[in-house]
Ligand binder design. Structure first.
Ligand code: AMP
Length: 577
């Protein structure tokens, strides 16, 4: 497939605002791919060269791209810059400057290979090398191809193709319907690598999926926790449980393969450089290969206190990691093990996995097994909850002792219990920002009207609205948040958003914020949970508590299923009270 043919599909994908159409167009593209083409194509359509967890950077920012475009099109840099100022979109600028058609456009595979080469060019004089390679590539591309190449390079492919959309499209391309989705999804939960799944499906068929095992170096999708309203409900539903403190830190999946250690965040980004002390401690473990799951939290040795999430993530700023590590060292409370010395441990019951964690981490100070209390008593569970809250922790997680590790699942194997400051049991909700209103008065002056927020409908792979947000942040906080979302503005409603309300500006779903609300109420204006003539759900008195985009992708926002469950539990609580 020529890159120009791929670009034509990308144009079609860009033009639709229906999710079904996205899947249809994408499955058509897949049908046109050979086994060798499907893997790089899968990464390119998401604006990447490799799976999400591989930190491959092309390393050409806007300024360098302008230089490359000037070289490719024989223009002065100032003129390219002027054209860019007019359109405000570097991809459109390239499209306007490149010839409409070209003979001998390279294949999509070739373009992918050459972008890898550019990404791999490093060392002295590498910038010039990168620019030259990129300019040479642009010289071979027609207008539409140039537009998409530039967008991929600056990381601004706004097609809204989420991972579930890719899985659906693969199933349609292979089988003509959605029936392969569960098998593909299971392989995805084990490997997180859509390109690998696509290639294996094309090369070996559905049977090939079994061969995609848990592998050191490829993050598994994280197991997640359900909610229940109180300790009674937990014991009633789960019986004997293992209770652990719920740390408000940073989820870490730690992989060790010989001397090589990688650390992934909850949304599967590689975070290894952020955690030097965890890397060192993992290297010292007496095991050849291992995958661990845990929560990293900063510990202030002077005050003998744990430091909350916001401060733990302050390290994301690359400067000063070593300083930070010396002043407030991190610990990881490890609560699970999924792989050891060549064996997949995920099918093993939790009790046995935890015993292995306990044994393995003996003697390590930085990596500690999260303490586990076994109980089937409401009193003991309540005491644990209150104890942990009084120690400044978030609450507890209760786990079924006989459960396997179910990658990517949110179910009652794990149940979280939290308590908010007012003493009432409630939980925050993670919403995705999908639009905003320009606002009136003082707010409008600094471009900070109300935001339109949604939750994720995982069955339909759509974002549905649940609330407008207007409080919770300082003026400065609003300004910063708006600055962040301004980069996500799009002119049309993105394909995966379902909404009755129409904000002044639509946003590509990307930023996740944590909100606290008094209540979930039925609403005819919001689409979350709306089925036929049944109303949707809205949040009453929502306020923003924090911005969670450091560790959550839009698909990790609270799901409609969870909202429905929270609504039911709130109702039960009201009846009891
Ligand atoms: P939530 O993000 O509110 O759904 O809660 C689940 C998160 O709690 C996990 O993703 C972990 O990051 C965190 N967590 C903290 N302590 C534990 C624990 N002991 N077991 C499991 N998850 C934990």
């Amino acid at each position: 497939m020529k890159f120009s043919e791929l670009a034509a599909y990308l144009d079609q994908l860009e033009a639709t605002n229906s999710r079904n159409e996205l899947v249809r167009i994408l499955s058509e593209l897949y049908r046109a791919c050979s086994t060798d083409e499907i893997e790089p194509t899968t990464y390119l359509i998401q604006g990447r060269l490799a799976p999400f967890f591989e930190p491959v950077e092309i390393g050409l920012g806007e300024r360098l791209l302008i230089t490359a475009m000037a070289t490719a099109y024989g223009m002065a840099k100032e003129d390219v810059t002027k054209a860019y100022r007019q359109s405000g979109d570097l991809g459109l600028t390239a499209q306007a400057l490149a010839p409409k058609t070209r003979r001998n456009v390279p294949s999509a595979v070739e373009v992918h290979r050459r972008l890898w080469e550019i990404a791999g060019t490093s060392g002295e004089g590498s910038l010039k090398g990168k620019i030259d390679l990129f300019a040479a590539l642009l010289k071979e591309l027609d207008a539409s191809s140039a537009k998409h190449l530039v967008r991929i390079t600056v990381g601004k492919m706004r097609l809204g193709i989420g991972d579930p959309t890719v899985l659906d499209a693969l199933s349609f391309a292979k089988q003509g319907d959605r029936s392969l989705r569960p098998v593909l999804e299971a392989a995805y939960n084990r490997t997180s690598d859509l390109g690998l799944i696509a290639r294996t499906l094309w090369a070996r068929g559905v049977k090939g999926m079994d061969a995609l095992k848990v592998t050191v170096g490829k993050p598994l999708r994280s197991q997640l926790a359900e909610r229940l309203p109180n300790p009674e409900a937990v014991i009633k539903k789960l019986g004997l449980v293992g209770v652990q403190p719920k740390y408000d830190g940073f989820r870490v999946q730690i992989h060790k393969d010989g001397k090589a250690v990688s650390i992934f965040s909850r949304n599967l980004e590689t975070m290894t450089p952020m955690f030097p002390e965890l890397v060192a401690a993992t290297k010292d473990l007496a095991v050849k290969s291992v995958i661990l799951d845990g929560e990293a939290i900063a510990y202030n040795p002077e005050l003998e206190e744990y430091v909350p999430f916001q401060e733990t993530t302050a390290r994301r700023r690359k400067e000063g990691i070593d300083e930070f590590a010396a002043r407030v060292p991190l610990r990881a409370f490890v609560f699970d093990i999924m792989f050891r010395n060549g064996s997949d441990l995920t099918p093993m019951p939790y009790e046995r996995r935890f015993a292995i964690v306990d044994e393995l981490l003996k003697g390590s100070d930085t990596l500690q097994a999260a303490p586990l209390t076994k109980t089937d008593s409401v009193e003991v569970l309540t005491r644990e909850l209150l104890d942990n809250i009084s120690r400044g922790l978030e609450g507890v997680v209760a786990k079924r002792l006989d459960s396997p590790y179910q990658a990517g699942a949110r179910n009652f194997n794990w149940v979280k219990l939290k308590r908010n400051t007012s003493g009432e049991l409630t939980d925050t909700i993670d919403v995705v920002l999908i639009g905003y209103y320009r606002g009136k008065g003082k707010r409008a002056e600094f471009g900070a009207g109300a935001l339109l927020a949604g939750v994720y409908d995982s069955d339909k792979d759509e974002f549905v609205t649940i609330s407008k947000l207007g409080t919770g942040l300082s003026d400065e906080g609003w300004r910063a948040l708006h600055k962040k979302v301004n980069q996500l503005e799009v002119t049309e409603k993105p394909a995966r958003i379902r909404s009755i309300l129409v904000p002044d500006v639509w946003l590509q779903p990307d930023v996740v914020v944590e909100v606290l609300a008094d209540e979930i109420t039925p609403s005819p204006r919001h689409t979350a949970g709306m089925v036929g003539d049944r109303p949707g759900f809205a949040l009453r008195f929502p306020r923003i508590v924090s911005i969670r985009d450091a560790d959550k992708k839009p698909e990790d926002a609270t799901s409609v299923r969870e909202i429905r469950e929270m609504f039911k539990q709130q109702h039960q609580r009201a009846v009891r009270e």
